[in-house]
Design a protein around this ligand. Sequence first.
Ligand code: FAD
Ligand code: DLZ
Ligand code: SF4
Length: 512
Amino acid sequence: MSALRLILGDQLSRSISSLVGADKSDDVVLMAEVMEEASYVKHHKKKIAFLFSAMRHFAESLKAEGFTVRYVKLDAAGNTGSLGGEVARALEETGADRIVVTEPGELRLGREMRGWKDRFNTALEIRSDDRFLCGHREFRDWAEGRKQLRMEFFYRDIRRKTGLLMEDDGEPAGGQWNYDKDNRKPPKEGLRFPKRIAHQTSPITREVLDLVSERFADHFGDLEPFHYAVTHNEAMIELDHFIETCLPRFGDYQDAMVAGEPYLYHSLISSYLNAGLLTPMEICEKAEAAYRRGHAPLNAVEGFIRQIIGWREYVRGIYWLHMPDYATRNHLEAREPLPWFYWSGKTRMRCMAEAIGHTRKHAYSHHIQRLMITGNFALLAGLLPSEVCDWYLAVYSDAYEWVELPNTLGMALYGDGGLMASKPYAASGAYINRMSDYCSGCAYDPKEALGDKACPFNALYWDFLARNQDRLKNNPRMAMPYKNWERFADDKRKALRGKARETLDAMREGRL
Ligand code: FAD
Ligand code: DLZ
Ligand code: SF4
């Protein structure tokens, strides 16, 4: 009995469950670069290059260990273009009589896989993905009977379960679970950000870059320079560098934004973690050790660990609990098509141009840019959630539907009506001005809501409140903004709504 063990592009972990119990002398490991996965959305060129190169390096490391690996390159003769097609070919050509695979991260592929048993008339074993700290059943049990699924309570359970930042007496380190109140510093002048690691281009990566440049020329984003880590070792080097140079200030400036600085003190590990080059516990244990040896303060380390064992696990839980209908939710009935400047980056709004510019160049922007700049604009302008979600899924190298969708539809767009966020993350230019240095170099004025120079976020913010009043006014966390709106004279309210209409027209006509 030989097994065909399929490893997907985001399953590049030596500990992946599909390899457990593998027989090196009999089994065949299948990995395939296929057009279907590379184009179900038009992924950023860097994302494709990263994954293909990381897949090829991972395959080499398995071969070096003695596995028989059937690696199908995108341009290989006979490549059928789909995972199902490659499984069919491999079954036929290797004589394997069963398929072993770890469950995929996306519902779309999971559904297809479940059909393989009948389609190929063969035994099929779909194993759970134990790289996550919280399994599907555990999340369902946690969610059952709760009216609100707040991340904070879920996170505390995972802290207890993993023992991360816990003291012997069962109390959280430092006596508190969450130090976010210390983590909202605006950028002060003169902050200096560490230079990031640029990994060398290996011959494998060079070959992949040439392939991507030829085959995906019409996809979004700059392919080169390309400095991503593409192996576990390189990703570990990057993680160590983050812990030594950035983690101590990660918390303080987690919400800050600075022009020309795509990374600040962020870790840049999401692409590696989501593809499997790193695992959550190895990251968090290193971060905790940095706290225990006095290298990084608790607010930084707790904040960082919370993102990984809290937010990341929680959004995955939400995705699997509420799919497939989650993807179609549109609580605020937003209908506006995605404006072209999300792709071109050509807009006079400096904050948007910065966030989109970083995205084009690096297939990366940090969390607060995703949430409070591009996400906030989409929320205020009422952009269609499905188009916004497709954009986020395409443009970031860490994007897979299980993590992208809840973050975009739930957290940024309030499309799930408050399942994830206790209130919409709607903010005017004043917030962006406080948390960034963007506004000083912008064509618009964050202090103006009316007139030619008025910051577009301002009138759109008031218009957002006004048009969603029926849906949001009873939310206690929205009481203050609605009080402010109601304090305005009728004339001012009318003028603001008129200005919002003008702003949307300018957006549609490419004049923003
Ligand atoms: P850091 O700021 O250094 O954070 C450390 C790690 O925590 C990240 O690497 C990531 O693994 C995890 N993390 C932090 N916040 C979240 C979160 N909200 N959800 C899940 N994990 C989190 N993250 C993705 O991995 N893929 C996505 O497709 C994605 N889409 C997003 C879309 C929107 C609209 C928003 C608001 C957020 C999205 N995020 C996504 C979450 C977050 O923005 C990124 O994980 C983060 O910016 C990655 O950069 P970093 O590695 O430097 O993160
Ligand atoms: C994202 C991606 C891309 C671009 N290409 C491939 C590929 O050619 N082969 C593959 O096995 N996986 C790829 N992936 C990752 C898959 O899309 C991912 O496994 C599913 O979306 C499930 O998360
Ligand atoms: Fe963005 Fe408004 Fe500031 Fe310009 S003024 S950078 S549009 S928030």
